[in-house]
Design a protein around this ligand. Structure first.
Ligand SMILES: NC(=O)c1ccc[n+]([C@@H]2O[C@H](COP(=O)([O-])OP(=O)(O)OC[C@H]3O[C@@H](n4cnc5c(N)ncnc54)[C@H](OP(=O)(O)O)[C@@H]3O)[C@@H](O)[C@H]2O)c1
Length: 199
């Protein structure tokens, strides 16, 4: 398969490449993408990326930012980061990408543990993740040509603890290798409309 990974240079993107890179052709995307550049906050950039690519059989979005702030300090502008990136960036990738993906192809989006297990300073990211998961569950049934749509919802990765750990007191971390397996299940398996939890 030709697998497009938006966020390929990140911790999760690398986990997907480590798991699947020996069996498939991986196309690495990001703002400084190794193979192709894309800014997921821009629908025009997403459209241009798909137009520049040949056959794509699977898309992984392992990217999406959000402001982590106490609610009393969170401004509408701060909240727009999660809306434009995590939420609209992932949803727009499906809306645009559905017209470019090969028959029977798949989208795998990324959410996270805070959807179901809230943390302080996480309201904005949780909001976006919740929107993504709701979109996955309902949009998956309307995709044509055998296209599938799932999301992976990991807890904090072992490899990301130094970056995010202070926001997740008492949470158990998960190894990147197990997170990579959840993406493999979504891409190589048959399920759609699913949230694959990694806990
Ligand atoms: N790490 C964890 O523990 C964890 C757990 C659950 C969920 N998540 C979520 O999973 C996603 C990836 O996490 P991560 O830890 O792997 O992130 P990361 O290591 O910070 O990497 C982020 C990746 O996204 C790309 N990116 C950032 N902004 C982009 C944009 N506007 N357009 C296109 N690509 C963009 C970056 O590449 P460029 O700089 O080249 O654009 C990079 O490849 C995030 O949404 C995060 O919230 C992470």
């Amino acid at each position: 398969m030709n697998i497009l990974i938006m966020g390929a240079s990140g911790t999760i993107g690398q986990a997907v490449i480590d798991r699947m890179g020996s069996d498939h052709d991986m196309i690495r995307a990001g703002r400084q993408g190794q193979d192709i550049q894309v800014d997921m906050t821009s629908p025009e950039s997403i459209e241009s990326m798909f137009e520049r690519l040949d056959r794509i059989d699977a898309v992984v979005v392992a990217a999406g930012g959000a402001a982590f702030k106490p609610l009393s300090e969170l401004t509408p502008a701060d909240n727009d980061t999660a809306i434009n990136s995590k939420l609209k960036g992932q949803v727009n990738t499906v809306l645009i990408g559905q017209h470019h993906l090969s028959d029977g192809g798949s989208f795998t989006l990324t959410t996270g543990v805070m959807v179901d297990d809230p943390i302080a300073c996480g309201a904005s990211a949780s909001m976006a993740n919740g929107g993504v998961e709701t979109f996955v569950r309902s949009a998956s049934f309307e995709l044509g040509r055998g296209l599938r749509l799932n999301s992976v919802n990991p807890c904090v990765l072992d490899e990301s603890w130094s970056k995010y750990g202070k926001f997740f007191p008492g949470f158990e971390t998960v190894p990147a290798a197990r997170v990579g397996m959840a993406y493999q299940k979504s891409i190589e398996g048959c399920q759609t409309g699913q949230i694959f939890y990694v806990r």
